[in-house]
Write a protein that binds this ligand. Structure first.
Ligand SMILES: O=CC(=O)O
Length: 338
């Protein structure tokens, strides 16, 4: 008798034709299963009932948090006991997964770097220009049939000659750096590690406080974890230049949203461009009601090309897990996991 195939659990949807086919092709080496559950309680019940016995790897999407809740605690324990060894997260930011809980249950986690870089950096540039130029205000007025608004739109600022401070110089930060230079900006960065000259592309490395004190625009391009939660709050805003512009395409909770609203209201922050929020899909009323800020609903990677590449990359992680027992892009916290 041939040994039974392992199972792959699909949490969320695969949307694009090429990736649907790539996922289906895994059926030659694994049985592909989906949950019936629609919330965490039902999901745990389904797992305990044996429906996921033999699941070795799972492919999960950002939206699947609606089915499972965060990948932490009981979910890790129950799935780990049932044999789950790999969680392949389709996204760069994997803050929905508690890596310590996964490690404790012998579950390895991967994310999707690189494929997200260009589209997220494009979004950051859009938000930066929108915020610098205060484009949202005239956009709103025009749509209300009030061409430039009763009051003329506030004058914006040119990117040319301004200093862009990038906090987190990974793939997205580096991609944004190149694009910002095309607008005549000078780029400096702060990162956990100093980058080689080749990787930094000549951007100046500065300490965290110097970045805050000397940047005209501050862009957040770093992951959310315990040490970056509310990294930007009132004391940090106080250190910044007057009329600074803030751009966030990383994760909302890197900024203390209430402190940002206060800094906008006091004029310390000229404007901001945000794609991410502390409690998505809720947004602080002080942001929604402010006509001058540029807001997007977490669509940084929302293009056909990028979504397809992300799905394919994530399927590549599932395949590698099944065929070699290793993930192509394990999360850094687990790089040394035996
Ligand atoms: O938010 C998008 C991602 O983490 O890839």
């Amino acid at each position: 008798m041939s040994p039974s195939k392992p199972k792959v659990l699909l949490l969320g949807e695969i949307d694009h034709e090429r990736s649907k086919q790539a996922f289906e092709s895994l059926s030659s080496i694994a049985d592909l299963v989906k949950p019936k559950a629609t919330n965490r309680e039902e999901f745990l019940e389904e797992a305990r009932s044996g429906a996921f016995d033999g699941v070795k790897a799972c492919y999960r999407t950002f939206g699947s948090i609606g089915i499972t809740g965060r990948i932490e605690g009981e979910v890790c324990k129950v799935l780990g006991e049932k044999g789950l060894r790999f969680v392949c997260h389709n996204g760069a930011g994997y803050d929905q997964c508690n890596i310590a809980d996964c490690t404790a249950n012998n579950i390895r986690v991967s994310n999707v770097p690189t494929a997200v870089d260009a589209a997220t950096a494009d979004t950051a540039i859009f938000l930066m220009l929108g915020a610098l130029r205060s484009f949202n205000y005239p956009l709103l007025n025009l749509r209300k049939g009030d061409f430039r608004g009763k009051k003329p739109p506030p004058l914006g600022h040119d990117p040319e000659g301004k200093v862009l401070g990038i906090l987190g110089m990974g793939g997205i930060g580096r991609n944004m750096k190149k694009k910002a230079e095309a607008f005549g900006m000078k780029v400096q960065y702060h990162n956990r590690n100093l980058l080689s000259e080749e990787l930094s592309g000549g951007a100046k490395y500065v300490g965290f406080e110097e970045l805050l004190k000397t940047s005209d625009v501050l862009s957040l391009n770093l992951p959310l974890n315990k040490s970056t939660h509310h990294m930007i709050s009132t004391p940090q805003f106080e250190m910044m230049k007057d009329s600074v512009v803030i751009v966030n395409t990383a994760r909302g909770a890197v900024i203390d949203e209430a402190a940002l609203v206060k800094a906008l209201d006091s004029g310390k922050v000229f404007s901001c461009g945000l794609d991410v929020y502390e409690e998505e899909p809720k947004i602080h009323p002080g942001l929604v009601d402010n006509p001058h800020v540029t807001l997007l609903p977490h669509v940084g990677t929302w293009t056909v090309e990028t979504q397809t590449e992300m799905e394919l990359w994530n399927i590549g992680n599932v395949r590698a897990a099944l065929e070699t027992g290793k993930l192509n892009s394990p999360v850094p916290e687990q790089k040394d996991m035996k």
